[in-house]
Design a protein around this ligand. Structure first.
Ligand code: B1M
Length: 224
């Protein structure tokens, strides 16, 4: 039964069918399926398949956009359920999140933000196509503990380094931990650009953020 539902979810993304995706999400919640399982085992595999079809030239940009719409429709149902969990926890830290300059992919970043919120983080999502200077300004404004930078294109990955440079230039680098992620990003790349951490998916992004908060607390203790 659950498998049929997950498979229908996957197909709704491939078909680019927002209404079906939304109805299935509601059905999943009614049936007691964990929201994160619906995303990870239902909708995300559909999105990966879409990416593969696109790369092979079997799907075109409008199809990919329709699939993204379907994903957003499903997330609109599931997001509030995940976010509710966050209100029951103590504040875990302040995060400024965004997708790098030149990049408009947002689904993975939104998912990361939702899960961080669900785990008690206060998340300021700057959206997509965000320049390093905007990250830095927001870090200063909200006194962020962590900056999260997403990039989905090999061409925009390098702008993650631009965010680190902007933080350095603004004199904020030592006050904030930087985590990076996105499909083409690797631990090696994170190390190369001097980020504090890399997470391959939204669940591990939460674990990483929790780890970075511990490191930050330790940095402060050492300074005292
Ligand atoms: Co684009 N696109 N796209 N696209 N798109 C990819 C990324 C691509 C791999 C497809 C392909 O060719 N197979 C390819 C990139 C190739 C490359 O550079 N290596 C590609 C391309 C080429 C393009 C365009 C250039 C196409 C064109 O115009 N000819 C164009 C670029 C636009 C731009 O940004 N300037 C483009 C446009 C689009 C749409 C607008 C149509 C749409 C995005 C809509 C939107 O977001 N509102 C889109 C989509 C949907 C995709 C695919 C199919 C799906 C992305 C997605 O949402 N995945 C994608 C193929 C793929 O990834 N398989 C593709 C689901 C999401 C849950 O996963 O985003 O990976 P993901 O996030 C994960 C992890 O990466 C991680 O956690 C998330 C959840 O587990 N994560 C983090 C993400 N951010 C993190 C941050 C963290 C930690 C973890 O810490 C801060």
């Amino acid at each position: 039964m659950a498998n049929d539902l997950l498979s229908a979810m996957r197909q709704s993304i491939i078909d680019g069918a927002p209404e079906t995706a939304s109805t299935l999400a509601q059905q999943a919640l009614t049936n007691g399926l964990a929201p994160i399982d619906a995303i990870n085992n239902g909708y995300v595999p559909g999105m990966h398949e879409v990416g593969e079809h696109f790369a092979r030239g079997q799907m075109f940009l409008p199809d990919m956009m329709a699939s993204a719409e379907a994903m957003r429709a499903a997330m609109a149902v599931i997001d509030p359920e995940l976010r509710k969990l966050g209100t029951e926890r103590p504040m875990a830290g302040v995060v400024v999140l965004g997708t790098t300059k030149g990049d408009i992919h947002e689904i993975g970043k939104i998912l990361v933000g939702t899960l961080l919120t669900a785990h008690g983080f206060q998340v300021h999502d700057l959206g997509v196509d965000v320049a390093g200077e905007r990250f830095a300004a927001k870090v200063r404004e909200v006194k962020a503990d962590i900056v999260g930078v997403s990039a989905l294109l090999t061409t925009t990955m390098r702008n993650q380094k631009g965010v680190l440079e902007a933080l350095e230039k603004a004199g904020l680098r030592s006050q904030v931990k930087v985590m990076v992620g996105g499909a083409p990003v690797t631990k090696r790349w994170a190390d190369e650009i001097g980020a504090d951490g890399y997470a391959p998916n939204a669940i591990s992004a939460v674990a990483l953020a929790q780890e970075l908060m511990k490191d930050k607390l330790q940095d402060v203790t050492v300074q005292l």
